[in-house]
Design a protein around this ligand. Sequence first.
Ligand SMILES: [Zn+2]
Ligand SMILES: [Zn+2]
Ligand SMILES: [Zn+2]
Length: 246
Amino acid sequence: MTTATKKLPPTTDPRCGTTAGYTAHRRRGESACVPCTVANRKAAREAMRRRRATLAGREANREANREASRRRRATPAGREAHLAAHRATYARLRARTEAEADADFLRLRGQTRPCAGCGELLPADAFSRDWTALDGRQRRCARNGCRKRHRKLKRDKKLAAHWTAQGIDPKVCIYCLTNPAEDLEHVMPKALGGSDDFSNLAPSCSTCNRGPGGKHDVHPITWLAITYPHRVDHIIELFPHIKETA
Ligand SMILES: [Zn+2]
Ligand SMILES: [Zn+2]
Ligand SMILES: [Zn+2]
């Protein structure tokens, strides 16, 4: 489609007010009449909504936008325009009042959004102001220990994956195989030189770990021989290093 030729004024057509009417205007080299423009815009919005309804559609949409932006920035003039638009956006964002920024958060995110650190759904005032962000707030929440919690969550996920790969159910106590896992258990107690490595960690219930008759700082093989003799071989198989100091 070339836009070099000047557009003619619209002529009336029985299809006017529909997308077919719009296409007919374009084919005749005219600018579209108002009802046709409205119909076309509505159809385009509908199509966009349908595309955005699926994950694949959203991805395709994002990729198309990225590609279009890349093409625009390919020339020096396009690049300059792109940067100018960026500067204008940031200037506008920085000029917002607190109320305007709060309205932007509500419009873009609703009442809450997940923290990029701890992952919890939180309202706007749980995040510090960030005047360069579209929603006016930092990505991580400002609550105490958010960063620490984030690190712990990441580690827990990795550890669960490690256990699953070893054939250990992360949700069940490794000793009694009955109670739900509550504690992060050092199979070889730290008091006996056990490490914090994944290879020395297991999910356990609080009873087995620190309850009456629990393992506490006893050597695992000694404790298992008394409490769960039938589990000794399997635990040694999973944690061979406990045998070296038995
Ligand atoms: Zn028309
Ligand atoms: Zn957080
Ligand atoms: Zn247990």
